[in-house]
Design a binder for this molecule. Sequence first.
Ligand SMILES: [Zn+2]
Length: 260
Amino acid sequence: MANIEKRYRHDKLGMITVVWKSNMRSVRMGFKNESFTISAPQGYPMESIIRLINENEQRMLSFIKRHESRREKVSIDANFTLDTHFAIMRIALAKTTTPRLKKVGAIPCGCPSDSSTPVDKDNLVLEMPYDTDFETEETIRIVKESAIAMLRYEAKKRLPSIVKEIADANGFKYSTVKINSAQTRWGSCSSKGSLNFSLFVMLMPLHLIRSVIVHELCHTKHMNHGESFWALFDKVYGVSHKIVDKEINNLKLPAFLKSA
Ligand SMILES: [Zn+2]
């Protein structure tokens, strides 16, 4: 007999998958991909499973908490590298008393140039004193601020020309391009056609950076997310928004960059 699977939404524990298997003798609970799965023998009543969940709610909640704190642990050491499409930042221990971020050159980028903008990757080094303690909050703050400075610089340097290129090629009109540090929103477009992009967009691969730009440019014609908006996006971008948005939704900011 085939396994039967059912999804159960618990208001605190999130989505729980219940699977009834013919080869199970007892109920088992597992945790994978951020959610619980309960396996039960075939015919085992759902009410009993719900009772089991409610009885174990506290244990399950603290399990999620422990799991999250482990996952979110920020670890930075002297080998830290932040490698993005347009820039790379490394840490170098140096004879210095204060940390400083230096541009040491540019690396020709081997990526396919589907943009008219010449692509060379800025090469940055964050010099830190030899005796830096990488465990401290202060060190993490310095690395975070340096990374944000790099991303902001790159966003201001690269985004306006990519926006212009895509807009000119597709007949979009916009007024300004501004950069902010939003962590929950990649971009926005005002009713006056002013485009805003999060500096964290610069962590994306180029094709996704371009998709965020196309998305906001499409808002200059459709201010909503209606059918005509998505049709325009798909036409201009050339790949379905369903595929692109899935990729974007799977992106996660590195833990060290998240707001404290
Ligand atoms: Zn939108």
